[in-house]
Design a protein around this ligand. Structure first.
Ligand SMILES: Cc1cc2nc3c(=O)[nH]c(=O)nc-3n(C[C@H](O)[C@H](O)[C@H](O)COP(=O)(O)OP(=O)(O)OC[C@H]3O[C@@H](n4cnc5c(N)ncnc54)[C@H](O)[C@@H]3O)c2cc1C
Length: 359
């Protein structure tokens, strides 16, 4: 029998951050991950954007989350000997006159994030931008492939990661312990992304799965120090399968609430290639096409904490389109609450669904 304090299911962004913070507290844990290559964290672009949407609204808690993320990813990267985060800017080619007007209207209010770039002429030689270009800065870009891959290696090295599928039906739980096959623990925390909505303990949470697709493009000549946006985003994606290449860019995405297949669609590929052709004045080649499902929810707030009625079962999930900024922050809150009972922000705490989750 193997004993540990906490068993974590899933090593996407949520499981990675929870396990990292538990390591910081010298808390013993084991993690099980089945290595799904199309999980949301494995195909995400890795952007933390402070101002999003058509009306350019400030991202929830961004004043706290952005500096927190910069510090947390820098520290985790340093401990692994990698640079996995950079502060950058998003060059927003307005897709319409209305978008330019919305940007101009927000400028005085969100001056700390929105600027008019002073090198417009340079960018106009590289991209079609009839309505002009605005800049969103600071934005953060995380090299997720590098980070998740290196953390996985580290966990394997520490003998804390089991690479296999976890079978939820084999879990036995009581008020203060769980048993799964030959593992005994004080608690289990599900960080299993969209699979979490199938679990009997959590299937009443207001999950709203959201499919996203993206292409991996090779675009020689496009500067790799910026993120580009015009309806879709083109994001530097320098590491894939261990290979480094500054001409690789991620292009996407969709936000599909109604989807009949989780697979990539030809329609997305053709439409996205056409959008890029009409926008970027450089030749490109498509190398991959991915599709994945975001663990989004109706409230757009994470699910963090121990189950209000099953105290040995917990969750960190529901990060939707914002896993890069929500997972480090709420991973830390959950880790601290496990270690010393510190509170979790009520808007993110799973306790808000106490009635809904009643057995
Ligand atoms: C196309 C796309 C683009 C995105 N871009 C961004 C972005 O730029 N910025 C941003 O902040 N967010 C982005 N997101 C959202 C972000 O990816 C998610 O919020 C986040 O990755 C969710 O992380 P997670 O750990 O909850 O889930 P996941 O990434 O799905 O990880 C779950 C893990 O659990 C494992 N697992 C599941 N079930 C089992 C089981 N039974 N046994 C063992 N292991 C299991 C899987 O193998 C996986 O590793 C994007 C998402 C998509 C789809």
């Amino acid at each position: 029998m193997r004993h540990t304090n906490t068993l974590i299911i899933g090593q996407g962004l949520c499981g990675t951050w929870l396990s990292w913070w538990l390591t910081q507290h010298k808390h013993d844990f084991l993690l099980i991950d089945e290595g799904k290559t199309t999980s949301a964290s494995r195909i995400a672009s890795g952007v933390i954007n402070p101002v999003t949407g058509r009306i350019l609204a400030k991202t929830w808690m961004i004043e706290t989350l952005l500096p927190f993320a910069l510090d947390a990813y820098t520290k985790l990267g340093n401990s692994l000997g990698i640079e996995c985060i950079q502060s950058t800017r998003i060059l927003h080619s307005f897709p319409s006159l209305q978008m330019k007007e919305a940007f101009d209207a927000r400028l005085p209010e969100f001056g700390e994030y929105l600027q008019v770039p002073d090198d417009l002429d340079h960018w106009k030689t590289l991209m079609e931008s009839p309505y002009g270009i605005g800049s969103i800065q600071p934005a953060l870009l995380i090299n997720l492939n590098l980070l998740l891959g290196r953390w996985k290696e580290e966990l394997l090295h520490q003998n804390r990661l089991i690479l296999e599928r976890f079978e939820p039906t084999e879990l036995i739980h009581s008020e203060n312990s769980i048993q799964y096959r030959d593992i005994r623990a004080d608690r289990i925390i599900y960080c299993d992304g969209i699979q979490g909505m199938q679990l009997p303990y959590f299937n009443r949470l207001p999950f709203a799965p959201n499919k996203g697709q993206a292409l991996l493009l090779e675009i020689p000549g496009l500067p790799s120090g910026h993120i580009y946006k015009k309806g879709i985003s083109i994001v530097p994606y320098p590491t894939i399968n261990g290979e480094q290449n500054p001409t690789f860019f991620w292009a996407g995405s969709t936000y599909e609430n109604d989807f009949i297949t989780e697979e990539p669609t030809q329609e997305f590929r053709e439409r996205t290639e056409q959008l890029v052709r009409n926008w970027i004045k450089l030749p490109f080649k498509t190398l991959y096409h991915w599709a994945g499902v975001r663990p989004a929810n109706m409230e757009r707030r994470p699910f963090a904490g121990m189950h209000p009625h099953y105290p040995s079962i917990g969750i960190l999930n529901g990060t939707g389109t914002k896993g890069c900024s929500l997972a480090p922050y709420f991973g830390q809150q959950l880790a601290k609450s496990i270690v010393d009972g510190s509170p979790i922000l009520p808007e993110a705490h799973i306790n808000r669904f106490s009635r809904l989750l009643r057995p």
